[in-house]
Ligand binder design. Sequence first.
Ligand SMILES: [Zn+2]
Ligand SMILES: [Zn+2]
Length: 748
Amino acid sequence: MNILKTRFLESACIFVFLLAGIFIISSCSTSTNLVSDGKSNYKIFVSESAGLPEKNAALELQKYLEKVSGCKLEITNKTGGDNKLVHIGFSEAPESILKDLDTKAFGNEEFIIRSDGKTLLIAGGNTRGTMYGVNSYLADYLGCRWYTREVEKIPAQPTIKLAKIEDRQKPAFEYRQPYYHEASDTTWALHNRLNISNMPVSLGGGYVIFPFVHTFNQLVPPTKYFKSHPEYFAEVNGKRAISQLCLTNPDVVKVSVATVFDWIKTHPDANVFSIDQNDFAGFCTCANCKELDEKEGSHSGTLLHFVNQIADTVAKAYPNVQLQTLAYDYTEIPPKTLRPADNVMIRLCHYAYCSAHPLGKCDDHKQYVERLEQWKKISKRITIWDYYTQFNKYLMPYPNLETVKHDVKFYADRGVVGLFAQGNNVPDDGRGEFTELRAWVFSQLMWNPEQDGQKLVDEFVQNVYGDASGYISEYIKLLHDQVKPDSINFSIWTEPEDVSYLGIKTIQKSDSLFSLAKNVAKNDSALLKRVERAYLPIVFIKLYLHTIGGDDYISEGKLAETLNDYKRIIADNRITRTAEGAEPGNISKFIEAVETAEHYVKDWWIIGPFDNEERKGFATVYEPEKEFDTTKTYSGKNGAKVNWKKYPGEAIGFVNFAKSFAVKKNVVSYAFRNMHLTEAKTMRFGVGSNDGVRVWINGKLELDRPVLRKAVPNDDVISVPMKKGNNTILVKVDQLGNKWGFYFTEKK
Ligand SMILES: [Zn+2]
Ligand SMILES: [Zn+2]
């Protein structure tokens, strides 16, 4: 039946040939296939006058069509004859395919893939449109994928059908940068349609922001001006300081205008020039700045007042130049009456809010979302700087994929024009948890946020982890399930000891999932390496928790093996930095901390809280300093009845008062325990506290530190003569704000 049908079609072709000549038979004999069984009579046309990006786009298409079909199509710059052509770029494309297209109207990243079943046109605006068109054709029509620098998927298709296509696309955001190591690779970024700043001109260039961020010191260099003109700089606590600028000083505007004009002249490639505050506090509090900020209800008042003046001058000389400034930290609140000038873009930063839940899905984002809406009302254009990595510890398991999956669309729906998704890109390689996955999902969503984020995650996991993907998916789900409730939240700065999702059971379950995954991957060294990299955060966190007394996180006798795993995976992946702004050598310091981890003293009784208004409680002798009696009840803060209770065993060595007591402000609490020794000896104890601490051993005050600090094990070390038999240890810690508790180690 099939054979008969084919023969009938062939004879129909010949019939057409006899009637209408060569042109018709030509289209008929190849039917609608671009490539048939690895052979093609198509050529790739690109005009001789085309720019380098289009010529490279033609090469890119040639390379991947050959990978897909086994057929290398010739590239030509000649039209006419009986050539069947794939047209790359609008130049010299026949009217029959261009038809109604206004080719000049295409934006610089916009393209069309058009096929009438005979001719294929892939063309777009200068400079990157055509290149993106080619990559989109390969991805959307031939199923090609570039998941990581090592893993690409190129489905083999000896026959490629040329169906009718009418597909015009442009990205949802004009600026798209997931800040992960993967995405700084220009080949990878191009395939995934990102416009990172280091994209070479030959590939269409990238989106350049100059200077990139926190630019006050470049605008008015303190090295040049601070000595002669301290009044250009911020007044902080009554003194001029090198922190921020004095934004209401007209001379600062003059100097800044000159600098910006110089930037514009020397950086003609830049899309945007950035005028923004330095990355610390210290805004100006001089009379003028203070008055304006108070009037505007925000420090964005003086900032916009300043930037707008520069923008007005720039607009007269360079009407097409865009400036931008930050709405970040102390400038996040929009001003009451001022409005950004038309040529000033606002770069709003979602700094240190909840990372567990997508925007709009939990209360923690409420204030930020309101501010975004307010900024939107008063600004023509907004870009976003958002944070999708763990700043303290890049390698800490970080279940924030819900934000990755949903936030891009949230921003697109609100008309945001650019998104910088801060990951952990560092000069060499600071890969955190699933950085390649995050980079890939972001790149897809930044182009088209209507895609289903979970499907993208699943696709990546299946293709990158192959036979081990089931276990990896289960691991991802295991962590994310725990942070679903609204009540659970963590930010980019939250420490492992303060999150709820790193309990021993979770870590053990993760360990067994990865051991199954590694087993499946054991005969494929490349896959095994990828699985091990996915496993690294679990290895890291076990070791880290071990350094703070989490003895049960590593099974008996497995410490050396776990540490060796860590060292090997770090070296294999050339990971050189593991935290934002970490000093070089922090990896070796961490290894040393694991190797020299102390024994943490646990099993405490605790009592509190007692009053500590004006920090008077630190020196007040409350009843627990006089006696340890678990049967007695005392009067605590605000007259509440308090008594000694057993501190519930924690997996780590931190005695967390903040978790134990309802009242957590301006208070002080105690911990007590006995220590039995079979012989008298001098012992050394390490103490770390948040905040001030006193330690009595056998009733004698051995440590008195009225400090305000973050608890770090062994900040203080005391040497104490201990008795044979029973010894008493009493610890008192006061609380001024935030975290509250202490570490107590028995030094080796
Ligand atoms: Zn000032
Ligand atoms: Zn939340």
